[in-house]
Design a protein around this ligand. Structure first.
Ligand code: KIV
Length: 278
């Protein structure tokens, strides 16, 4: 088992090496992603869409997130496991945010949590960091606020919006976030944010200047084709491989090819003969 990546190592990587992060939602995806050597595994609330088949990320709650995060924690021995705080698990009050962040650490054995938002979540971030809970921030197209944005739209496209993004990133870093996800913002703005903060920025649809990148594992593996945002790169088309294997299984069952003798259990011929006599 290799040594687990630490939060100080993530912070120290800024400007030295690019960081990699992938989502994972269960034990097998955690095993695969961990073996790939990525630094961070995010149990994203994208779980709602790519695993549970929901339309957006809003309906997933603490129960599902803790359940899946614990499975990922069991499968990851090297990467930092980050539990994504679901919608309304941290917005209502600092106290509730702290209690729920603590549940990710205690009950789901996460090493950190992630939450969405800038200046408005700074009190929550401060309280978590003071309690010893590492926090990853998330700015730009924050899916939990899609209704406010009028859909899943690129953010930070005006000078005013870009200024707010930079200020939000600085506020999060100052509050103690160890890294900040930048989602769906123009590459030039991501570069400015990256230069403006002392902690790593992790881009998803934010261009090459970020200190690291994150993608949804179902997109990387080609397991989810309901829609693919422009920033997704598919490194495999596993859905085709899986469907082909399952069709073969169905055909072999229908044709009586599976199970073969090698898949069954035999008893001694003498015992069968005894049965015949009864
Ligand atoms: O939920 C998620 O998967 C995320 C990533 C896209 C950053 O928040």
């Amino acid at each position: 088992m290799s040594k687990r990546v630490t939060v100080p190592e993530i912070i120290a990587a800024k400007g030295k090496r690019k960081l990699s992060e992938l989502t994972a939602y269960d034990y097998p995806t955690a095993l695969w992603a961990d073996k790939s050597g990525v630094d961070m595994l995010l149990v994203g609330d994208s779980l709602a869409m790519v695993v549970l088949g929901q339309e957006d990320t809003l309906s997933v709650g603490m129960t599902e997130m803790l359940h899946h995060t614990l499975a990922v924690s069991r499968g990851a021995s090297r990467a930092i496991v980050i539990g994504d705080m679901p919608f309304m698990s941290y917005q209502a009050s600092v106290e509730q945010a702290l209690i729920n962040a603590g549940r990710f650490m205690k009950e789901a054995r996460a090493s950190a949590v992630k939450l969405e938002g800038g200046a408005r979540v700074v009190p929550q971030v401060r309280a978590m960091v003071e309690a010893g809970i590492p926090v990853q921030g998330h700015l730009g197209l924050t899916p939990q606020s899609a209704a406010q944005f009028g859909g899943f739209k690129v953010q930070g496209k005006t000078a005013e919006a870009a200024k707010v993004l930079i200020e939000d990133a600085q506020a999060l870093a100052e509050a103690g976030c160890f890294s900040i996800v930048l989602e769906a913002i123009p590459s030039s703005i991501a570069e400015m944010v990256t230069e403006a903060v002392p902690v790593p920025t992790i881009g998803i649809g934010a261009g090459p200047s970020c200190d690291g990148q994150v993608l949804v594992i179902h997109d990387v593996l080609g397991l989810f084709d309901r829609f693919a945002p422009r920033f997704v790169k598919k490194y495999a088309k596993l859905d085709e491989v899986i469907i082909k294997a399952l069709v073969k299984y169905r055909e072999e069952v229908e044709q009586g090819i599976f199970p073969g003798p090698e898949h069954g259990f035999m008893i001694d011929e003498q015992e069968v003969k005894k049965l015949d006599k009864t």
